[in-house]
Write a protein that binds this ligand. Structure first.
Ligand code: ASP
Ligand code: MG
Length: 409
């Protein structure tokens, strides 16, 4: 007998028929003898609908009240799913976050879980019931309802799995696992049987939005085995695991990309201490996040060029701030390009294999793609290229690293 936490997202519980299908699946696991805790999202579109109502009253709704409102979405789903389970002869109890003591801090709309008292859940499981818990919500020390930020039910599920020391936390969603890259860009993308937490974090932060990043971090930290799988299709999904358990010897797990990048350059700034800070300080003060940074080696006259990337939404503001700084620094010119993308090769195996970077650059050169910027970390190599080359670049790399062919267990 295993203790399994299953999380179903909004589309998986999008209507009554789907809720019945979820109940059927949950019942199957329980009938096998497993103890099952189910965490659910609001029915798809519901959280947006609730926020829309609030915005008709206030452009920026009072955060405390918005939490009271948004948390109702998940409360509807837990009740319906418990009813569906009962109707199928499977005893179940539903609980809000507060009822099972999901204690959070008081940061309304983006609260963090501090502690969970799982005694009540355990008692129900021992009595043979399925426990259905509302995702995305908790309660703070003052007894106020909080929510965890959009997509937060993933984190609820992982936190509950950690508190119960569950054997596995299964995230059921509308995709059947984690892919080597986005199948909409490369139809030959292949589902991975396993991926490490580190790789998953890189893929997630680079736009493969299968799981909420915070949930992956949480699962890594508390060593909760996490599995992503489809609620519509049978299959093993993708197991997110620890490096020592990863059996495949794949050097590269996948290719992630993000479309929403922009690049800014300031030409002819003095090559002296403090300049990088003078350039990026005001950008940080404007709350703009900087990703890649490159400073050229000064040529002759103790002058250098400085380039960095930001999210495309921040481009206009970053340009404005940089123009101001450039004047103060007597810089020669400011250049900007909001039509760039970032493509990254991700894999824990590259740590121990030389030559991955040069293979990557060769593959891009072969199809005539000019690399504008490069950055590397232990398990990732990223390049910035012109937006028009995104698809071509991803496919070229997918092919060059044999990602469509690799057979995995
Ligand atoms: N219902 C919330 C949202 O739509 C939480 C979740 O689905 O994970 O963001
Ligand atoms: Mg959702």
């Amino acid at each position: 007998m295993a203790l399994i936490v299953q999380k179903y997202g909004g589309t998986s519980v999008g209507d009554i028929e789907r809720i019945m299908a979820v109940a059927e699946r949950v019942k199957r696991w329980r009938d096998r003898g497993d103890a099952v805790v189910v965490v659910v999202s609001a029915m798809s579109g519901e959280t947006d609908r609730l926020i829309g109502l609030a915005r008709q009253i206030q452009a920026r709704p009072v955060p405390r009240e918005l939490d009271v409102l948004m948390s109702t979405g998940e409360q509807v789903t837990i009740a319906l799913l418990s009813m569906a389970l009962s109707a199928k002869g499977c005893p179940a109890h539903s609980y809000t976050g507060a009822q099972v003591h999901i204690l959070t801090d008081s940061a309304h709309n983006k609260a963090r879980i501090r502690d969970i008292d799982a005694a009540r859940v355990r008692a129900d499981l021992e009595a043979g019931r399925v426990v259905v818990v509302a995702g995305f919500q908790g309660i703070d020390e003052h007894g106020d309802i909080t929510t965890l930020g959009r997509g937060g039910s993933d984190t609820s599920a992982v936190a509950i799995a950690a508190a119960l020391q569950a054997d596995e936390c299964q995230i059921y969603t509308d995709v059947d696992g984690v892919y080597t890259t986005d199948p909409r860009v490369e139809p030959r993308a292949r589902k991975l049987a396993r991926v490490t937490f580190e790789e998953m974090l890189e893929m997630a932060s680079l736009g493969s939005k299968v799981l909420q990043i915070r949930a992956v971090e949480f699962a890594g930290k508390y060593r909760v085995p996490l599995r992503v799988l489809s609620s519509f299709k049978e299959g093993e999904g993708t197991l997110i695991t620890f490096e020592e358990d990863a059996v495949e010897d794949a050097k590269i797990a996948g290719i992630a990309f993000s479309r929403d990048e922009a690049k800014l350059t300031v030409l002819g700034v003095p090559d002296q201490p403090g300049v990088a800070h003078q350039i990026l300080g005001p950008i940080a003060d404007a709350n703009i996040e900087v990703d890649m940074i490159i400073q050229n080696v000064a040529a002759q006259e103790a002058m250098t060029d400085f380039t960095f990337t930001v999210h495309r939404n921040d481009y206009a503001r970053a340009l404005e701030v940089l123009e101001g700084t450039a004047q103060q620094l007597n810089a020669r010119q400011v250049l900007g390009d909001p039509q760039i993308v970032k493509i990254s090769l991700v894999g824990v195996g590259m740590r121990s294999h030389a030559g991955i970077a040069s293979r990557m650059f060769a593959a891009l050169a072969e199809v005539g793609i000019n690399i504008r910027m490069i950055s590397t970390s232990e398990i990732k190599i990223s390049v910035v290229v012109d937006e028009k080359y995104l698809e071509l670049g991803v496919r070229a790399l997918h092919e060059a690293f044999g990602l469509d062919r690799l057979e995995v267990a």
